[in-house]
Design a protein around this ligand. Structure first.
Ligand code: HEC
Ligand code: HEC
Ligand code: HEC
Ligand code: HEC
Ligand code: HEC
Ligand code: HEC
Ligand code: HEC
Ligand code: HEC
Ligand code: HEC
Ligand code: HEC
Length: 315
């Protein structure tokens, strides 16, 4: 019997029953196994009749499959597979040929991102979702399952050694920067993207773990937290004025090399070091300052000074 014919018959049956005064719900209950919102009769056992391949069975080695966790899909009375995949009664009856109410995940998913994430957020409102709703990832329709793998015991996005590859699939520029000569030790497995970012969103800029760039940086580089006696204004303002956190071709993650870095803000003219700049007069004897090299050879306390006479950031 085709689906449409059957649906029409059900419609007719309930109409008749309504007319005779018997509640339609009771009459249709034998037929509801055919709607997209019906759960399978035997939970995971139903699904595993057809899906018992190793990739799927991996879920039984994860936190989600704990039978003694009442909050989890496999806790007593839980919907098991269907807690995430939605009602699969119709799908199972139709030998999987029809998606029915099934929610699928991953790059080839037919379910909308909103629908996929809803499944997860029914349980993860409190932890993952505190900042999620306002995060850049949510705003750009990124799915939980774009980052998370749930059918394997080690979720690559939560492992130090593999996270960069997961994030780098989409953030190609940031990943590429990690191969520049100066970089944070992300490829050595000492740090990862979440050392600085909260992928579920945060109250800071660029989903940083702290409220400002400087608070993020100084959570590790505490020596530059300040306050200092002689501040260098761009440093207290934003480490980003001079550094690029993902990687640079200049040493010390600098956006530019001194003197060019410094001369974006400071005039070369009228300063003892002026002759070392490219505008130095041709034919003139090289200035001793040229030999001294960059600005930081003299102004070594570029991040600020605590020395009573450190106003020029030289000691
Ligand atoms: C009678 C066999 C059968 C049963 C029972 C069954 N499925 Fe399926 N399922 C299939 C087939 C066939 C496909 C289509 C596979 C494809 O398109 O490559 C499928 C596809 C899926 C997909 C999409 C997979 C993908 O590659 O995107 C999910 C998710 C899924 N089933 C979950 C379930 C769940 C959950 C249950 C239990 C409620 C279930 N299935 C019960 C046969 C079955
Ligand atoms: C029925 C409720 C439920 C649903 C639905 C659910 N989860 Fe969970 N999830 C849990 C519970 C319970 C834990 C274990 C938490 C703990 O141990 O503190 C968990 C743990 C996790 C963890 C951490 C795993 C670990 O090893 O500690 C991640 C990541 C996660 N869930 C993501 C997801 C995503 C993504 C989805 C949607 C595809 C999802 N969850 C759907 C209840 C659920
Ligand atoms: C951009 C990638 C990304 C997306 C998208 C994402 N997560 Fe996560 N999630 C992570 C990372 C990375 C961790 C590990 C956190 C850490 O190391 O600080 C994590 C951790 C978790 C945990 C473990 C508990 C915790 O807070 O540490 C849960 C639960 C979780 N995510 C659920 C979700 C849910 C639900 C969604 C969708 C609403 C989601 N995640 C979307 C990357 C992501
Ligand atoms: C906590 C949520 C959750 C539970 C519970 C869950 N799945 Fe999944 N399932 C997912 C997500 C997310 C994916 C996408 C791939 C991944 O994360 O590994 C997926 C992928 C799949 C796929 C497609 C696999 C592929 O890569 O071709 C099938 C089939 C499937 N699940 C069946 C099941 C069955 C059967 C059960 C119960 C034994 C189950 N799932 C339990 C979240 C879940
Ligand atoms: C499926 C693709 C995808 C994956 C995987 C992904 N992202 Fe994103 N991410 C995006 C999109 C899309 C945006 C929003 C547009 C943009 O800024 O490029 C974004 C934005 C961001 C932003 C800017 C946030 C803001 O508030 O401005 C950060 C930081 C970020 N992602 C970090 C991560 C980290 C860390 C991971 C891995 C844990 C990750 N992303 C994984 C797609 C992805
Ligand atoms: C040492 C800290 C740190 C680490 C580690 C880090 N980031 Fe960032 N990231 C930042 C800061 C600070 C910003 C904001 C300022 C900026 O754009 O330079 C930022 C900005 C971003 C942005 C937004 C860029 C834009 O143009 O809006 C994305 C996307 C991003 N990071 C992704 C990643 C990814 C992916 C990783 C891991 C490969 C990563 N970050 C590792 C500190 C870090
Ligand atoms: C999670 C800790 C952590 C955070 C957060 C962090 N760093 Fe680092 N940083 C490190 C480590 C570890 C190194 C490598 C030190 C080494 O190799 O001795 C490093 C090295 C550096 C270097 C020297 C690089 C070189 O090539 O010599 C600079 C500059 C730097 N960080 C700036 C920043 C800035 C700017 C921020 C904020 C956007 C930041 N860091 C946030 C841990 C961190
Ligand atoms: C005005 C430009 C400027 C700003 C702003 C700045 N730095 Fe630097 N930073 C430098 C220069 C120049 C070097 C290289 C110093 C050298 O070669 O002796 C450096 C080196 C570093 C180093 C590695 C060498 C060391 O001394 O350990 C770290 C770590 C660092 N900066 C962190 C930070 C942090 C954290 C901030 C924000 C609080 C910040 N910087 C802001 C110019 C700056
Ligand atoms: C983003 C702009 C910017 C950059 C880049 C920058 N500075 Fe500064 N610098 C300032 C500002 C603003 C002041 C405060 C000027 C004032 O108080 O009159 C300052 C003050 C100073 C002072 C103290 C001057 C005084 O009169 O107290 C020195 C020395 C100095 N900078 C050296 C450097 C060096 C060396 C570099 C490169 C490593 C550098 N600056 C990079 C903006 C910058
Ligand atoms: C050979 C050491 C030396 C080098 C190299 C040097 N300076 Fe200075 N700088 C000084 C001394 C000494 C002063 C103290 C005031 C003075 O004598 O003019 C000073 C003062 C300053 C001042 C504050 C006074 C003013 O003129 O505004 C700034 C800003 C400054 N230097 C920036 C730089 C920058 C930028 C560079 C690199 C292009 C640099 N310095 C290279 C020695 C040096």
């Amino acid at each position: 019997m085709s689906r449409r014919v059957r649906a029409t018959l059900i419609g007719l049956a309930s109409l008749l029953l309504c007319l005779t005064g018997i509640p339609a719900v009771a009459a249709t209950s034998t037929a509801t196994a055919l709607t997209a919102s019906t759960y399978s009769t035997n939970g995971a056992d139903t699904c595993l009749n057809c899906h018992a391949d190793p990739d799927v069975l991996g879920i039984f080695r994860t936190a989600h499959a704990r039978p003694d966790d009442p909050r989890g899909p496999f806790g007593h009375g839980g919907l098991q597979c269907e807690a995430c995949h939605g009602p699969g009664g119709l799908h199972a009856r139709r030998m999987g040929l029809q998606r029915g109410g099934i929610v699928d995940f991953g790059p080839k998913a037919t379910a909308s991102v909103e629908r996929q994430n809803q499944m997860c957020l029914t349980c993860h409102q409190s932890d993952a979702a505190t900042q999620w709703a306002t995060s850049a990832h949510a705003a750009s329709d990124v799915a939980c399952a774009d980052c998370h793998r749930l059918h394997q015991s080690d979720d690559p996005v939560r492992e130090l050694a593999t996270q960069v590859d997961v994030c780098g699939k989409c953030h190609v520029a940031e990943r590429a920067a990690l191969f520049k000569p100066s970089r944070h030790p992300l490829r050595d497995g000492t740090m990862d993207c979440t050392s600085c970012h909260s992928p579920h969103g945060s109250s800071g800029p660029a989903s940083l773990v702290a409220d400002t760039v400087n608070d993020t940086c100084t959570s590790c580089h505490a020596e530059f937290r300040g306050p200092v006696l002689w501040e260098h204004q761009p440093v207290t303002e934003n480490c980003d004025n001079c550094h690029s956190p993902h990687g640079t071709v200049q040493p010390a993650l600098l956006k530019e090399r001194p003197p060019f870095l410094c001369q974006q803000c400071h005039e070369a003219a009228g300063h003892p070091s002026a002759p070392q700049t490219p505008t130095g007069l041709p034919g003139r004897m090289p200035s001793p300052y040229l030999l001294v090299g960059g600005c930081v050879n003299c102004h070594s306390q570029v991040h600020g000074s605590n020395d009573p006479s450190g106003q020029y950031l030289m000691r």
